[in-house]
Design a protein around this ligand. Structure first.
Ligand code: NAP
Length: 347
C-alpha cells in the first residue's frame, strides 16, 4: 500500500521537527518546507540523530511564507497539511508587520495552495496567543475565547497569531469552502530540543538556567510538551470530529514564573543552581521598563494578572493525554545540557 504524504511547513522549527518525527512514526511519508536549501542537510542530520528512518520518506520543498513561489509544488500529492511555520521573535520588531505579514498572508498562501490541490484537511498551528490576550477573564480560557487584536498594548506576536487564525477561518468559510480546517492553540511549548535552534519559549529556560534572570517577574505561563503538541496535531488531522474545531493545548493550569523556576530546581538538582526564585515586584518591573528593553517585554498589561486555561476539549474529544508540565520543563533543561547549549554550573 502506498503511504500518504503529509506536508509540514517550516521543518527547521522546534515543533515542526517533532511533528515530522510523529508522522514518520505513525507511518506517513513527510514533505517539509524550508526557506533555504542550505538548511536541508542540517535538518536531515538532526532528525536522523533521533534514530528516525528518513530514507525515501522525507522530501524537502523550498518556500517562504512571504512569497507565492513554491507553495503549489509543496502541497502537490499530499493528503494533509500541517501549517506550523510562523515567525517568532525573541525581541519585539520595530515594525509589527514583520510578524503579522508572514503569519497572516503566509497562512492564506498555504490554505489557497491546499485548496487548489484538493487537500482534505489542513491543521493550523495557532496559539493561546490568539485566545487569551487583551481580554481578562475570571474563568479559565477555552476555545470560545479570542484575543482582541485591537487591545491597547497588545504585542505584535499575539496580534499576528490572532489575525492569521481569523484569516484562516474566514478563508474556509468563503473562497476555500470544501477544505477542512482544524486548529491547535498551544500555550508555551517546552520539552526536548532536537537541535541547536532555540525557539522563543526555550530561550527563556536557557536564560533561567544560565542565571541571567536574577529575579522573576509576576507573569503566568501555560506549559505543554512539544511531543504532546505534535501528537495533538496528528489527532486533529485524522479524527473526523476535529474538522472545524479549535483545540487549546495545555498540560494543566498556568504556572507563575516562580513555579517554573521551582520545577526546574526540583527536576534538575544542582544543574539548576543558577535559577533564581526571587520574585520582582510589579512596580519595579514597570520602573525599569522605562530604561530597559528586556524589562519592557515583561511590563505588559499581563504583568501581575492571574490567568489559566483548560485543555479539557482536546482530552475529551480527541483522547489527548498530555504529560505533566514539570516533565516538559525538565526535558527542556536536560536537552539544553545534552546538546551543550548550556554549560552546567561549576561545582
Ligand atoms: P520556531 O522553532 O521558531 O519555528 C518557526 C518556524 O517558522 C521555523 O521553521 C521558521 O523558519 C519558520 N518561519 C518563520 N518565518 C518564516 C517565513 N517567512 N517563511 C517560512 N518559514 C518561516 O518556533 P516553534 O516554537 O516551533 O513554533 C511553531 C509554531 O507554533 C508557530 O506557528 C508558533 O506561532 C506556534 N506556537 C509556538 C509556541 C511556543 O511556545 N514556541 C506556543 C504557541 C504556538 P526558519 O528556521 O527559516 O527561521
Amino acid at each position: 500500500m502506498t503511504r500518504q504524504t503529509v506536508l509540514v511547513t517550516g521543518g527547521s522549527g522546534f515543533l515542526a521537527g517533532h511533528c515530522i518525527l510523529a508522522l514518520l512514526k505513525a507511518g506517513y511519508d513527510v514533505r517539509t518546507t524550508l526557506r533555504s536549501p542550505a538548511r536541508e542537510a542540517g535538518l536531515r542530520a538532526t532528525l536522523a540523530a533521533t534514530g528516525a528512518e528518513l530514507d525515501g520518506r522525507l522530501q524537502v520543498a523550498i518556500a517562504d511564507l512571504t512569497a507565492d513561489a513554491g507553495w503549489d509544488a509543496a502541497v502537490a500529492g499530499c493528503s494533509h497539511v500541517l501549517h506550523v511555520a510562523s515567525p517568532l521573535l525573541t525581541a519585539a520588531p520595530p515594525d509589527e508587520d514583520e510578524l503579522i505579514r508572514p503569519a497572516r498572508e503566509g497562512t492564506l498562501r498555504v490554505l489557497r495552495a491546499a485548496h487548489r490541490a484538493g487537500i482534505k484537511r489542513v491543521v493550523l498551528t495557532s496559539s493561546f496567543a490568539a485566545i487569551g490576550y487583551g481580554r481578562p477573564l475570571d474563568r479559565p480560557y477555552d476555545e470560545r475565547d479570542w484575543t482582541d487584536p485591537a487591545a491597547p498594548g497588545l504585542a505584535a506576536y499575539p496580534k499576528s497569531k490572532t489575525l492569521a487564525e481569523k484569516a484562516a477561518w474566514d478563508f474556509v468559510d468563503g473562497e476555500g469552502q470544501g477544505l477542512e480546517l482544524a486548529v491547535v492553540n498551544p500555550v508555551g511549548i517546552f520539552g526536548p530540543l532536537l537541535g541547536p535552534d532555540l525557539s522563543a519559549s526555550i530561550v527563556l529556560i536557557r536564560t533561567m538556567l544560565e542565571g541571567k534572570l536574577r529575579a522573576v517577574p509576576q507573569l503566568m505561563f501555560g506549559v505543554v510538551d512539544v511531543r504532546d503538541v505534535a501528537e495533538l496535531h496528528l489527532r486533529a488531522m485524522t479524527d473526523p470530529a476535529a474538522a472545524g474545531e479549535r483545540f487549546l493545548a495545555t498540560a494543566g493550569d498556568f504556572m507563575t514564573m516562580r513555579a517554573i523556576a521551582e520545577a526546574l530546581k526540583a527536576g534538575l538538582g544542582q544543574r539548576a543552581d543558577r535559577v533564581s526564585t526571587v520574585v520582582l515586584p510589579n512596580w519595579l518591573v514597570r520602573l525599569v521598563a522605562r530604561f530597559s528593553a528586556t524589562a519592557r517585554q515583561a511590563a505588559t498589561p499581563e504583568l501581575g494578572r492571574k490567568k489559566t486555561a483548560t485543555g479539557a476539549k482536546a482530552i475529551a474529544m480527541l483522547g489527548w493525554q498530555p504529560r505533566p508540565a514539570a516533565e516538559a520543563l525538565v526535558a527542556t533543561g536536560e536537552s539544553l545540557f545534552r546538546l551543550g547549549l548550556v554549560s552546567p554550573p561549576r561545582p
